[in-house]
Ligand binder design. Structure first.
Ligand SMILES: N[C@@H](CCC(=O)N[C@@H](CS)C(=O)NCC(=O)O)C(=O)O
Length: 157
């Protein structure tokens, strides 16, 4: 059995992580049977401390790009095989641009932008009991702010 580990539903989505959604979309499009296990605590158990990761009958694969490569290899489901090598290269660059650049804008507007933060905070942490409902979002936002700043996007207005 294949198990995809993610954060669990949030922000009105199957999973709030675009990387988890990308893998889930691939699995569904390829008609590969899988089970989705979503819980925010999996991030602490994940081998590389990032989600998603996948357990394919005992083979653990981390990172959405490597997961999709693994699925393409093992289950022969390459949707890009009709593309020329040049088109496949362009597709890889577009995908990487979204993963490595656009993603940080998404993170910025979810976690840092003061207009959206109250909504995101309530959606992700609203069910926690007091005082966790105050402390956990504060600590999490501080950690994410540091990441966005270090990546560079957080240095712009
Ligand atoms: N390159 C990775 C990126 C995964 C990633 O950044 N996941 C985020 C959630 S969208 C995460 O696990 N963040 C937790 C953390 O950094 O502590 C992939 O494609 O899977």
């Amino acid at each position: 059995m294949i198990t995809l580990y993610g954060f669990g539903p949030g922000l009105g989505m199957y999973d709030p992580s675009p990387f988890v959604l990308k893998v889930a979309a691939f699995l569904r499009l390829a008609n590969i049977d899988y089970r989705y296990n979503g819980n925010v605590n999996y991030v602490f158990k994940a081998p590389k401390k990032k989600l998603p990761y996948l357990d394919d009958n005992g083979t653990i694969v981390c990172d959405s790009t490597f997961i999709i490569c693994h699925l393409k290899d093992r289950y022969a489901s390459d949707f890009d095989s009709h593309l020329s090598p040049q088109q496949q290269a362009v597709a890889t660059l577009i995908s990487k641009s979204l993963d490595e650049n656009f993603y940080w804008c998404l993170v910025y507007f979810r976690w840092i932008d003061s207009a959206s933060w109250p909504t995101v905070k309530n959606a992700l942490f609203g069910k926690l009991p007091f005082p966790l409902s105050t402390i956990v979002p504060l600590v999490a936002r501080r950690g994410v702010s540091k990441q966005v700043y270090q990546q560079g996007t957080g240095r712009h207005n």
